[in-house]
Design a protein around this ligand. Structure first.
Ligand SMILES: Nc1ccn([C@@H]2O[C@H](COP(=O)(O)OP(=O)(O)OP(=O)(O)O)[C@@H](O)[C@H]2O)c(=O)n1
Ligand SMILES: C[C@](O)(CO)[C@H](O)COP(=O)(O)O
Length: 236
């Protein structure tokens, strides 16, 4: 598939950002005067392959109306759910009501504004003819320890073959929706789309991405994301 083949993006943006310990949900914190969510949406919408975006917003989201967005793609708004997987599932169901075909869907965290178009291109090119789909990730480069509740090291985990999963996670609309519904029906908590696809018996492909595609999660991540965005703007 060329990177021009139209795909839809799903952006879960209904979290409260508790680990960020901020006054407002982290997706509305500012980086160089722009809300994180706006940066992420503009990054996705400016890619030529993105036909439309479905964003999942919390029902009590009071910040969305204040965004001044001018996106070059269609935008649908779904209801956020209790967990990230519920928000994604709601967005997929809304998309299925909106379109009849079964496109590739890129699920991408609102909290990841540093996504590079090169990584989107890598996914579209690598997974073009894949029967299942796949995700962006980064190989683990540190030694990994398992630690107990008292911060005592229990074991060193072999890092051979260990990767950190990121987003986008790219799957076909119908099987992804079915996999998430199935996981929810079995009360199986999934923290990413690939987990649901794996539970459904499929084997997603890992696509190596850039390590600056960080998820803004804890306070120090905001300054790091700002640094990465400035670095990218400078052509690095
Ligand atoms: N019920 C939820 C929970 C999370 N998300 C979104 O999923 C992405 C990744 O989740 P995470 O980083 O965990 O965000 P929060 O859940 O907001 O953070 P925390 O766990 O610290 O509260 C975020 O863009 C978040 O807005 C969502 O759409 N719906
Ligand atoms: C989807 C994800 O970003 C992949 O690493 C991650 O699982 C989200 O987890 P969170 O606890 O909802 O931030």
């Amino acid at each position: 598939m060329s990177s021009k083949q139209a795909v839809w993006a799903v952006v879960p943006a209904a979290g409260i950002g508790s680990r960020m310990q901020a006054e407002i949900p982290k997706q509305y914190l500012l980086i160089d005067d722009k809300p994180v969510l706006q940066l992420t949406l503009e990054r996705l919408a400016s890619h030529p392959a993105i036909e439309g975006i479905v964003i999942a917003l919390a029902e009590n989201d009071q910040w969305w109306p204040s965004l001044s967005l001018s996106l070059s793609c269609e935008l649908l708004i779904a209801k956020g759910g209790k967990d990230r997987s519920d928000s994604v599932s709601n967005a997929l169901k809304l998309l299925q009501q909106h379109i009849e075909h079964n496109p590739w869907v890129l699920v991408h965290d609102a909290a990841r504004p540093c996504l590079r178009h090169a990584d989107i291109d890598a996914m579209l090119d690598t997974l073009a003819d894949d029967a299942v789909g796949g995700i962006l990730g980064i190989p683990v480069s540190d030694t990994v320890k398992r630690v107990d509740d008292n911060n005592m090291i229990q074991e060193t985990v072999c890092r051979q073959g260990l990767w950190r999963a990121a987003t986008p996670q790219m799957f076909r609309l119908a099987p992804l929706s079915e996999a998430l519904i199935s996981a929810a029906e079995k009360s199986l908590a999934v923290t990413d789309e690939a987990s649901a696809i794996e539970l459904a018996g499929y084997q997603p492909r890992m696509v190596e991405g850039h390590s600056d595609n960080i998820k803004i999660t804890v306070p120090q991540d905001l300054a790091l994301a700002a640094l990465y965005l400035r670095q990218q703007a400078g052509g690095n």
